[in-house]
Design a binder for this molecule. Sequence first.
Ligand code: 5RP
Length: 219
Amino acid sequence: MSDAESDKQAAAEAAAALVEDGMKVGLGTGSTVAYLLPALAQRSLQLRCVATSLATEEAARKAGLDVERFESEGGLDQLDIAIDGADQVDPDGWLVKGGGGAHTRERIVAAAADRFVVITSGGKIVNALVAPVPLELLPFGLPATLRALDPTVLREGADPSPDGGVIADYQGSVDDPRGLAAWLSATAGVIDHGLFPPDLVADVLIARGGEVEHRRVSS
Ligand code: 5RP
């Protein structure tokens, strides 16, 4: 296994250790989360999980985790912990997410959780966020939405999200993440974007060379 892969695994295992019996758990998406699922299953805890993508849902069930729908009325409406990867983490705890196009569901799951834990290798830690910022757009009016969001490009080869959204990437400056996040959220046709603010993030677990740094961002 490469160093980057063993760092992802170390971060994922450190996050799995934070989960306690009886918890309701949000499962993120991506190659780092792929290490979380067996690590969690191995602990043989009684857990109720929701997944941020069909790929995670399938992999989690295969690992033996109990995954519930997150859309049915009367289902889970709050989570104790959500654990997910990130594409970039800046010094203030701002994240860029959505490399796998799952950012809309990932934000919903993170926001529903009392504690949102980010797991990452050291390579995702940046001094300042840069483009691309993933977007999910409504198909209706897509050309007009893309025009309003210039410079934004459709993500080549990306499937629509499970909710029917079109995945695209904003290619402009990310110097002011809070201002950009507000502008993207306010633009008609944007379902969601991949800029996650520090106030959403409780902890970042960063693995480098087998050591895991535990950074607390907000409580
Ligand atoms: C998916 C995501 C992922 O968490 C992010 O892309 C990191 O993925 P990986 O763990 O594979 O590096 O936001 O939409």
